[in-house]
Design a protein around this ligand. Structure first.
Ligand code: SF4
Length: 478
């Protein structure tokens, strides 16, 4: 791994973790999202900009504040996130979160990155599998290496000498049962593997934020949860409209609303976005989120304005019913679910109850296996029942014909309902990424996300619990 990081060992209190303390105490936290810059920018210039933002964040006195460092967010050729984050002053690095992306990284890189973060005083890490590169198709994506987030979580759990508090990402903005249950099963797997807190993906549909909190409560999963929000700019709206932000898919109605806002004067556009952010932030706190992580605050002035406006919004909305009225009046006159996909786990989510009174949709809502899927499964189970215990080259030809075998270092077919995880462009075996399209199609191809098929088969075999409980070890690709 390329990095020029000097290891800095002089941290006054290696055990302190202010973010953990704040989240556990229930103090509402505001994190500003900053992406590691591209290598076309001098690292020293990036550090200077970072320090300006850090100074603005250090002046926030109305709520605990920190930075969420995004790894490989803008492009592939970015500075290593640990090198970039090392530009901060040495004190209080435990206020921040570093995301470590598995894109173009193997497990050794991920472990080395985690070690670098820790030795430099960072305490909070969120491993992510990584987004595809915009414009790349499934073949190009499959040529890259993606290390699943669960592997680093598992490593950190096994090596308890690490002084790291790890988190996990979940994308609740899913509108068909297959996608949504897949996200929730994988989220629970990550919690079982040692994740201590959760961060959502971006979204504007507050009912989906609500649904996640209700689901966690219904499962007695009392983990701090951070909602990821975005202060929209004309540039980011343009990207959203062009579907150029992985995992962000919006409804036709919301698209039309954003397009109409783009026709406002700049000042009106900006005022609309600040109000949207205020309402979302206040709603998240009322729904039980422990904090928000905001993208789009790219200057000290915006950070300062965000802190003031969010504090005002938290004071303005102390009551859920009043907040909800404002949300529906101001933001959600439009349909937020991308028609015809409009699945929500709970009934009556628009009632004024802050906690679920309605029943959760049962797992019987899961779509059933197609006849062909069952036949395929039975055939492969008959042919390769012990493939995971055999040499990967055994039955190679028939595994290639019936399962698309890529001859990994060991075979995982019996653990994934006989769907080869290597047919996922990112090679994910432990559950879906957050990027599937609203109709269940893969993030990078015109085929259904393989984890939807795995889930239908698991449901048919009454093995859904395996999707939460069974950790599938990584295999090396040929
Ligand atoms: S198959 Fe599913 S998990 Fe794999 S890249 Fe596509 S959407 Fe993501």
């Amino acid at each position: 791994m390329e990095h020029g990081l000097q290891l800095e060992m002089n941290f006054s209190d290696m055990s302190a973790n202010r973010l953990q303390e704040n989240l556990n105490r229930g103090d509402f936290v505001m994190l500003t999202e900053i992406s590691s810059p591209g290598r076309d920018l001098e690292l020293s210039v990036g550090h200077n900009r970072l320090r300006e933002l850090e100074f603005a964040i250090s002046k926030i006195d109305t709520m605990p504040a920190g930075i969420a460092f995004i790894d490989k967010g803008n492009s592939v050729d970015t500075w290593h996130v640990a090198d970039f984050a090392a530009g901060l002053v040495e004190q209080q690095r435990d206020n921040h979160i570093i995301y470590l992306s598995g894109k173009n990284s193997d497990m050794a890189n991920m472990i080395e990155s985690a070690n670098l973060c820790e030795v430099n005083g960072f305490r909070n890490l969120v491993p992510v599998s990584g987004d595809h590169v915009i414009g790349e198709n499934s073949k190009a994506t499959a040529k890259r290496s993606f290390t699943e987030s669960v592997h680093l979580l598992q490593y950190l759990r096994r090596h308890k000498n690490h002084n790291i508090w790890s988190g996990a990402v979940v994308n609740p903005f899913q509108y068909i049962p297959d996608n949504l249950y897949g996200q929730l099963f994988k989220m629970v797997k990550k919690l079982n593997l040692g994740a201590n807190f959760l961060v959502t993906d971006f979204g504007w549909d507050m009912l989906k934020f609500q649904e996640l909190r209700w689901y966690l409560n219904s499962r007695n999963l009392y983990y701090p949860t951070i909602a990821r929000l975005m202060l929209l700019t004309p540039e980011s709206v343009d990207k959203i409209i062009r579907d150029a932000i992985p995992g962000v898919h919006i409804s036709h109605g919301f698209r039309q609303l954003l397009e109409s806002e783009l026709r406002y004067s700049y000042n009106q556009f900006e005022a609309a976005q600040w109000r949207r952010l205020q309402i979302q932030a206040a709603g998240c706190r009322l729904l039980g989120y422990s904090g928000i992580q905001i993208a789009g605050l790219d200057s000290p002035a915006k950070i300062n304005t965000a802190a003031i406006k969010i504090s005002k919004a938290l004071d303005e909305f102390a009551d859920f019913a009043a907040w909800q009225q404002e949300y529906f009046n101001y933001l959600a006159k439009t349909e937020m679910a991308p028609f015809p996909h409009c699945f929500y786990l709970f009934e009556n989510m628009t009632g004024t109850e802050l906690h679920p009174t309605a029943h959760i949709t049962t797992l019987s809502e899961l779509p059933k296996c197609h006849r062909r899927e069952k036949l395929n499964y039975k055939l492969k189970k008959f042919l390769f029942p012990h493939a995971h215990k055999q040499n990967a080259s055994e039955h190679f030809i028939s595994k290639k014909i019936f399962a698309g075998c890529r001859e990994c270092s060991f075979c995982r077919l019996p653990m994934t309902q006989y769907i080869c995880p290597e047919t996922c462009p990112k090679g994910l075996a432990n559950g879906p990424c957050g990027g599937a399209k609203p109709d269940g199609q893969c993030e990078v191809g015109d085929f259904e996300c393989i984890h939807n098929t795995i889930m239908r088969l698991a449901s048919w075999n009454q093995e859904l619990d395996c999707l939460e409980n069974d950790y599938i070890e990584p295999a090396l690709k040929k």
